[in-house]
Design a protein. Sequence first.
Length: 468
Amino acid sequence: MAESCEVLIIGGGPAGYAAALQAARKGFAVTLVEKEAIGGTCLNRGCIPTKALLSATEPLDRQEAWGEMGLRPQGGLFVDTDALRSFSSRCVEKLVGGVEFLLEKRKVRILRGEGRFAAPGLVTVAGADGIVTELAPERVLIATGSRSHALSMAAEDGERVVSSDRLVTVPSVPERLVIIGAGVIGLELGTLYRRLGSKVTFIEMLPGLFPFCDNDVAAHASAAFRKQGLVFNFKAALTEVQTAGPACKIIFKNAKGEDQFLEAEMVLVAVGRDPKSDGLGLEKAGIETNERGFVKTGEHWQTTAPGVYAAGDVRGGLMLAHKATHEALAVVSHWAGEAEPMEKPYIPNVVYTHPELAVVGLTESQAKAQGAARLKAGKFPFRANGRAITASDEEGLVKIIADPTTDEILGAQILGPSASELVHIISVAMSSGARLKDLRHVIFAHPTLSETVHEAILAAAGEPLHQL
């Protein structure tokens, strides 16, 4: 006979464990099902190890600046890849351990195994030991996340043709690395391996970087990356990756449709992600998916099955850990009969390259596409900011978009140092309904990087200060 279960959460990533912690805090009896490590892709194979490696290797990009400042490490910096891997692992272990500690303290029951719907209102959990547990939950949250999209013409072998899951372990530093896809994941790992000494080349189908940015910002970023040594082939289509020889042979068509060839010791496939919805038995519970396998949801993130909800990557949209957490917390608020978080949240999107890129809200081109006849747009370059100059980190700009009639801030794009932190100034302003006129007289400490945001706001308001 199936065990009764008040709340069942399938998947222990950012959406799943956040929902478990919040639901338990609100008094629900929670069971969390996870077949792998708590924390999901983000904590174990994505956000955290990648950022640990990028943070650790950032000094490799700073050596020229140090020289200008009068600091000259004799013999340059040496990379101990074993220590680098150990540092990344410690970061992961610390955060995963912290989440597991909280789950234990809030009395969340963790079932290690693979959850699957057997019928409406019935879920089975098959453990690695062969024991199968049957559960009859009152509420279910599907939070199984996503996996790297595979390409038939570039079959992954885990050694020479790999996904991001493999590359964050730094198995080796290839002399030549070809990356299929110049999206967020590809660019971050390309930045990492360039720092470690690889010659990095991208094959990208789109005409340029960052389709979620305006052309001026994307062009500035592209120029900065090229200056660092990254090589891009845009409007290019992969034909085949051959692994029979001593090096991988990559065949693709360039923008003119001509066959091109590259050789590399390693190939990274980074062309997006697919939902982990297969194998869940969704059809047995009456849960519908779209043609790509993303779970369909309606009001309150509910699926087509009563009492079953979905949050995070498995339901599509922006595949970001913080978006997944937000959705999961909204579901729990609905269960508890509380007001849910804002229906249209302003979700920052960040790329942790150098310079960093952070975007929130609408771009200028998006606002015009939605019918905006006129816009206020203010820019300010980091090269005119005191703190950026004193840090010898001046690449990039801040761009603010606003409605000229209402003074409403519509969005921001920040390319530059600490963009991942600065973007939240605009996120908070937009979420609280602040207008340009409300921010003009806010006092920003000097000298700080955040002054670039204030200067862009002044420029958008038609009152530029430290620029013509």
